[in-house]
Design a binder for this molecule. Structure first.
Ligand code: NAD
Length: 359
């Protein structure tokens, strides 16, 4: 570490590796990308062109005493071996998600972090997404009462992207790719044990890995989470749809378009007027009368104490706890394994959650 600047080498200079360099680390005064390593000569050339010197081999990175941190942004199946070698050579590690395909592999990485005293932090960056932080504020502050059903969806229509994401051996598939983010958000928000999980995996596109999935998680505190990832959705459902004891809220998309509708407790019970619905008449499904509800904007988002990278730098300097904790990451990987199992067997799975209260 030269003075206060932490030197980072990015291993895997593809889509995400280069995004880290140009958008996430650039501009942070405490961190500096001092080089990259990629197995592909064309990605090494791209790195040089972007102004980041390319190392000729991983050994060269490992043996360079000037390197403080190795950031791993390769396909998922090689994260573990690269991370363990890095920590054994005295480097701190940031690893992309999903950190490993199986929980057991991450346990091995955690053990090496313990042994070597090197920081190991997983880039679960979507804990910082504003749409999620708004839902977390609603959950924590009970702005529409107690949330009892939270539906989180990401829908695309472009199938599985790229090359390695189509292959099981590389840890491809959408449950590992996007599921890990949505599930991490739920477990970060809801401080309660998961009592059961059921799921369906989608193989519409004929890949050997899932092109999407849906899962229902039930928590001991009464919350139900519905999680869905799809890559064959030409019309999308809202990013979030949440039901609370006092109202309902929706966030349509990443532009944060949305609203909450809550019961107006100032007026007494208002009998709805029957409406024509299809060939029938209904009062039950009539929209609430205007005076019975209040439509509001969404609340201000929950704020983390710092950004991912400011937190990482402070963790390396030994001044704070990581926001993304390894036992939380491990819990998500265990959940993913059980969602795969529930999808394959079509059984509801119970008694698997490794939850310990954070309170
Ligand atoms: P990519 O295919 O664009 O890039 C991967 C790069 O790694 C390629 O250039 C490849 O040549 C290189 N590589 C492969 N094996 C290597 C090895 N052994 N040593 C060095 N380089 C190697 O993939 P991507 O989309 O950038 O994904 C990379 C990682 O980042 C994955 O784990 C993915 O899940 C993660 N990711 C995270 C986010 C996020 O928001 N957190 C977004 C996208 C991708």
């Amino acid at each position: 570490m030269s003075s206060n600047t932490i030197s980072i080498v990015i291993v895997g200079y593809g889509g995400m590796g280069s995004y880290h360099a140009k958008h996430l680390i650039a501009g942070n005064p405490r961190l500096k990308v001092t080089g990259t390593y990629d197995v592909l000569p064309e990605r090494q050339a791209a790195s040089e062109q972007d102004g980041y010197p390319a190392y000729a081999s991983y050994e060269e990175v490992l043996n360079d005493a000037a390197v403080d941190v190795i950031l791993i942004a390769t396909p998922n199946d090689v994260h573990k071996e690269l991370a363990i070698a890095a920590m054994k050579h005295g480097k701190h590690v940031i690893c992309e998600k999903p950190v490993t395909i199986y929980a057991k592999e991450f346990e091995e990485m955690m053990a090496v972090s313990e042994e070597t005293g090197r920081v190991l932090m997983v880039h679960q960056n979507r804990r910082w997404d504003e749409d999620f932080r708004i839902i977390k504020a609603m959950y924590d502050k009970r702005t529409i009462g107690d949330l009892f059903q939270i539906e989180s969806r990401v829908h695309g229509a472009n199938g599985i992207p790229g090359d390695w994401r189509h292959l099981e051996a590389h840890g491809g598939g959408m449950l590992l790719d996007w599921g890990v983010h949505l599930l991490d958000q739920f477990l970060f928000m809801i401080d309660s044990k998961i009592t059961s999980v059921s799921s369906r995996l989608s193989f519409i596109l004929g890949d050997e890995v899932d092109d999407g999935f849906d899962a229902i998680l039930e928590f001991e505190n009464g919350v139900t989470a519905i999680v869905e990832v799809g890559t064959t959705n030409f019309i999308t459902l809202p990013r979030w749809y949440v039901k609370g004891t006092e109202g309902t809220a929706v966030i349509e998309d990443w532009s944060l378009k949305g609203r909450a509708v809550v019961r107006n407790n100032e007026v007494g019970k208002v009998e709805p007027k029957p409406i024509q619905a299809g060939v029938g008449l209904t009062k039950t499904m009539a929209p609430p009368s205007e005076e019975a509800t209040i439509t509001t904007t969404l609340p201000a988002a929950f704020e983390h104490a710092s950004s991912f990278y400011d937190n990482f730098a402070a963790v390396v300097q030994g001044t704070v706890e990581p926001i993304v904790k390894n036992h939380e990451v491990l819990r998500v990987l265990n959940l993913i394994e059980n969602i795969f199992e529930a999808g394959r067997t079509r059984e509801v799975i119970k008694d698997f959650d490794t939850y310990t209260s954070t309170k």
